[in-house]
Design a protein around this ligand. Structure first.
Ligand code: PAF
Length: 281
């Protein structure tokens, strides 16, 4: 496994790889490090379908708000490199901030996410967050020029906003959405689960149970969003539901669900821990 820390070394590698292997494909897995099983599933997806897998590990300052502590974000360089090497990753790109943003002025976003998608749900309390995500993702796409880039469905809003950018700007790559990784009991994996007590974990299982209840209702032929929400909220009764929405891929609320274009997003707070889950229909 090769590790690059400068954009120049990465660019040199990409140019050589593409000229020597014109038929071979490059897969990019963008991450902010502190890798867990969720990231590993993205890495494995890329290793399965691409000839060369590049994992980027970069804690991106432009997606952190003023009240969010960029400096406190976990950095686990050695463990991350170990995970990548063991998985069989070819290249890890782990630049310093000065490599990705060489001038202070480049910390300003030049391309913004559509407000209707970026300022709702997760973006409501994180102004500018998705602009920062798009800024770094676009930089990575331009540096790596991947054939495919892998993102988890768990961060559904991020995935949809990235897909929209790729579509709107005619970017020449495929975004590969990867399934949510769950534990045996159905709880969506998150580093935040570690903050839950055993009883908190038991309560958290009701989140995926609520989505399962919705799936069953859809299979029974129910299409009405109001009714589907009622069914989910019944399972979540007594829990602090921050939001539960049924939206299309532009994140607009819809009254009737439609196959392949509907998303049910839920955020629940348990013991002060914010837990996200979702269902793609
Ligand atoms: O999902 C993440 O870890 C980040 O938002 C991403 C896509 C790597 C951009 O910094």
């Amino acid at each position: 496994m090769q590790i690059f820390t400068t954009t120049q070394d990465l660019r040199t590698f990409i140019c050589q790889f593409k000229s020597q292997n014109p038929q071979k494909t490059i897969g990019l897995v963008p991450t902010m490090g502190a890798l867990h099983k969720g990231h590993l599933s993205l890495i494995e997806a890329s290793l399965t379908v691409c000839d060369c897998t590049i994992v980027s590990i970069f804690v991106n300052p432009t997606q952190f708000g003023e009240n969010e502590d960029f400096n406190q974000y976990p950095r686990k360089k050695e463990a991350d490199l170990h995970i990548c090497a063991k998985a069989g990753v070819e290249i890890v790109f782990m630049p310093e901030v000065s490599q990705m943003y060489p001038l202070d002025s480049t910390l300003q976003t030049t391309f913004n996410a559509p407000a209707a998608m970026a300022n709702v749900l997760e973006g409501k309390t994180r102004q500018g967050h998705f602009n920062g995500v798009l800024q770094v993702v676009l930089k990575l796409f331009n540096l790596v020029r991947p054939d495919k880039a892998f993102f988890g469905r768990k961060d559904a809003q991020q995935l949809l906003i990235i897909q929209k950018m790729v579509q709107d700007l005619f970017l020449p790559l495929e975004i590969v959405p990867c399934p949510i990784v769950r534990n045996e009991e159905g709880l969506a994996l998150s580093s935040r689960n570690a903050y839950l007590s055993p009883s908190g974990i038991t309560q958290a299982l009701r989140i995926s149970a609520s989505l399962n209840a919705v799936t069953k209702a859809i299979m029974r032929g129910i299409k009405d969003s109001y009714e589907l929400k009622r069914i989910a909220l019944e399972v979540l009764e007594g829990l602090e539901v921050e939001y539960l929405v049924i939206v299309n891929h532009e994140l607009q609320n819809i009254e009737q669900i439609q196959k392949n274009s509907t998303l049910i997003l839920v955020v629940v707070r348990i013991e002060g821990v914010r837990l996200l889950d979702n269902l793609w229909f």
